[in-house]
Ligand binder design. Structure first.
Ligand code: ARG
Length: 724
């Protein structure tokens, strides 16, 4: 049976001439197409499962064990009771929210010893993919080449709404239709979304985030980046909001653990929900990234991080409050530093240019091609030139990072609705009832908020705007700063934090109790945010035609590129849909004469230990286990304990928490990071240098077993028959 299938697939491949010509490790493939496009390669490299065992919509298959966690990470089902593994950094926000100085789960870790002790996480969801299908022809049915981009968008939008409706089963499913290959194809995804997801276990940050931001994005790595959650269903097994009556989900499929250990060259595959890649970005885009986008993020992000860090170092309370925001921004910021460096060192601009030259000669070889694709690259170039002239990308990213890094700046956007309520003329109790959601918003806002830190951040942002944004594009709040505060942003920020009803919890609550339209409209915090927002909207409107031009040109470029090379199967960019990437366990050479082996051991944790640096503290218990070599069955064949290992799978953000599986579909680790030498990987894959960093599943199990003594979990997780 297997053999026939194999031959059939091989034949199909020959007939259509389709072959994935990239190095097999490159590409994030859609599970639905794996049988047609990748299965032969996968089998050659060591996959032992049939196509139906990995993706089947009628029977349970591997895909049923892989879930999208909250839209930002991946998790996998590892027991018949809905137990999930994901990364520590994926649960970090949840762990932070459950933490206080008295229960500092960030520092001490958290282990539920029974179902009753598991902690609910409001707003966190887990989505199971029910099925997917190709709806390209139906989405593009009413689209014609003569249409303007906005006409096209609206035709596409309408078709998508209908296609979603069709499969939603009256709201039972969440359906999304997403564009692929820059809008040349469209696929539909049907999900079942569970809303009761509880925190089960997390190691202390000294394990789950060992090496901190210093080691982040780097190899050699010694981080136990895992945490444990559980998905609950209603008593009927269906999705249900959090309730005490809910029960652990009975999943369609769960993964077994392999304790065989990994060797160089072993087959690996990673399943998950990669967020975004931009592998078809042109040389013009690379230039904008290098000269404007990355520098903007690095400057604004870096300054905000400095301010947060200095206050976090001075107070445990501030440290806990800002931990999650800080980690998120620091991660993105360091990524962009690495991206900039990688793009330069790996000559990505020249590589893109070469692809574009090839594309152009293909276009120019035939008049009919010229008519369709002839302007694409010139249009792309024109748009980027126009962006650069107006410093569009600087303005865009200054704003995005400011709103991300400054809670004060973001809050007035959320609370704007207060004005409409006040204008409606409601009074007394009726008014207070209407304002109830805003009281709640305040509780959320000020829980992880320190006014003194926020004041410094606001002043720093204003200062950077003044330095780098063209005068005529500055938000008009700067007029007020000039007139009333002699141009001094610090004086302005000080006054804002003294007077704004949105800047401190006391002011905000006092205001809600006795609200007035005038106070709100004259509020410095409200005025500042409003002014930033308005200037952004004005700029956005001005560049909208450029955006449309770019979208169209980019779509044509990708379409032409694929047609110019019909032998090659191009994979689509990541877009938060389920993908599989396959490859092998592999070392690398980061620079001339330097070799990095593919695995790290616990010995390396001890080598890195530095009790004076909070990023490199080693918990006493872990040291004790190391000294006694008490690794149990989780040790490698030579008795040593492996912590992390490398593979050449092609992943990106969103894949965090993804299972890395062996050829039998057993769990050998969790993917959690990429490596410094290939940080330009989201834009161009680097086969020689690009690696995924995984935590070995045996280290995960060792921590649960020997470090945390969580026998309840060890009993629940199933170990596959050992084969070596
Ligand atoms: N670089 C990892 C990723 O983006 C996140 C690592 C979190 N750890 C940290 N030290 N901030 O998936």
């Amino acid at each position: 049976m297997k053999k026939t299938l194999f031959t059939l697939i091989l034949l199909a491949g020959l007939i259509t001439g389709l072959k994935a010509e990239n190095p097999p490790d490159e590409g994030m493939w859609l599970p639905m197409f794996v049988e047609r496009l990748n299965y032969v390669d996968m089998q050659k490299m060591g996959l032992k499962l049939t196509p139906q065992e990995i993706y089947d919509i009628n029977h349970s298959s591997l895909k049923d064990a892989i879930v999208n966690l909250g839209g930002f990470c991946t998790a996998e089902v590892v027991s018949n009771q809905g137990l999930l593994f994901t990364n520590h950094h994926c649960s970090y926000d949840a762990i932070q929210k459950h933490s206080s100085i008295d229960h500092d789960y960030l520092t001490d870790g958290f282990w539920a010893r029974s179902l009753e002790e598991e902690l609910p996480n409001e707003g966190l969801t887990v989505s199971f993919l029910v099925k997917m299908d190709d709806v390209t022809s139906r989405v593009l049915e009413k689209v014609s080449p003569e249409m303007s981009e906005s006409e096209r968008s609206s035709a596409v939008g309408k078709a998508i709404e209908m296609l979603k409706e069709e499969e939603s089963a009256e709201g039972k499913y969440e359906v999304s239709v997403k564009g692929f290959y820059n809008g040349n194809e469209y696929y539909r995804f049907v999900y079942e979304v569970y809303e009761d997801v509880r925190l089960v276990g997390a190691p202390p940050s000294a394990i789950g985030k060992f090496g901190g931001d210093t080691d982040n994005w780097m190899w050699p790595r010694h981080t136990g980046d895992f945490s444990i959650m559980r998905v609950y269903s209603g008593p009927d097994g269906k999705p249900a909001p959090y309730s005490k009556e809910n029960i652990p989900l009975k999943p369609k499929h769960f993964l077994k653990i392999s304790i065989d250990g990994v060797e160089r060259g072993d087959y690996t595959m990673i399943w998950g929900y990669p967020g975004t890649t931009d592998r078809y970005r042109t040389s013009h885009g690379i230039q904008a990234t290098l000269s404007e986008i990355d520098p903007a993020i690095v400057k604004v992000g870096g300054r905000i991080l400095e301010i947060m860090k200095s206050d976090m170092d001075k107070s445990d309370e501030v440290r806990i409050k800002y931990a999650s925001n800080y980690a998120g921004l620091a991660n993105f910021w360091k990524n962009k530093i690495g991206e900039k460096r990688g793009l330069k060192r790996l000559d990505v601009y020249d590589k893109k240019k070469a692809i574009e030259d090839q594309f152009s000669s293909w276009v120019n070889a035939e008049e009919s091609r010229k008519a369709i694709y002839g302007n694409a690259l010139q249009d792309i170039s024109d748009v980027y030139t126009a962006y650069a002239e107006t410093k569009y990308n600087t303005k865009l990213w200054y704003l995005q990072i400011s709103f991300f890094g400054s809670q004060m700046m973001a809050f007035p956007m959320q609370t704007q609705g207060i004005i409409n309520i006040l204008k409606s003329g409601q009074k007394g109790e009726e008014l207070q009832t209407s304002l109830a959601p805003f009281y709640e918003m305040g509780t959320g806002q000020f829980k992880n908020y320190n006014p003194a830190t926020e004041e410094k951040i606001v002043a720093a942002i204003l200062e950077m705007y003044r330095e780098d944004v063209p005068k005529d594009a500055l938000p008009d709040i700067f007029n007020l700063i000039d007139k009333k505060f002699k141009g001094d942003v610090h004086l302005f920020a000080k006054k804002l934090f003294e007077t704004s009803v949105l800047a401190t919890e006391e002011n905000y609550k006092a205001f809600l109790a006795k609200p007035s339209i005038k106070t709100f409209e004259n509020d410095l915090g409200y005025k500042m945010t409003n002014s930033f927002y308005n200037s952004f909207m004005t700029q956005n409107m001005a560049v909208a035609p450029l955006g449309e031009k770019l979208k169209k040109a980019q779509r044509l470029f990708v379409d032409g590129l694929r047609k110019s090379n019909p032998e090659k199967v191009y994979y689509p960019d990541a877009n938060s849909t389920m993908r599989v990437t396959f490859g092998q366990v592999l070392d690398y050479f980061p620079a001339d004469a330097i070799h990095y082996d593919f695995r790290t051991y616990i010995d390396g944790i001890i080598e890195k230990e530095d009790p004076t640096n909070e990023e490199f503290i080693v918990p006493a218990k872990l040291k004790e286990l190391y000294e006694k070599k008490d690794y149990g069955k989780w040790a490698d064949k030579d008795g040593r304990l492996v912590v992390c290992f490398l593979s050449n799978n092609d992943i990106t953000g969103g894949n965090s928490g993804s299972p890395i599986l062996n050829g039998k579909g057993e769990l050998i680790g969790l993917a959690f990071d990429g490596n410094w030498e290939a940080m330009s990987g989201d834009i161009a894959f680097e086969p020689e240098l690009q690696r995924t960093i995984n935590v070995d599943i045996r280290y995960v199990m060792f921590i649960i077993d020997k470090f945390a003594n969580a026998q309840n979990l060890i009993d629940e997780i199933k170990i596959a028959q050992k084969t070596r």
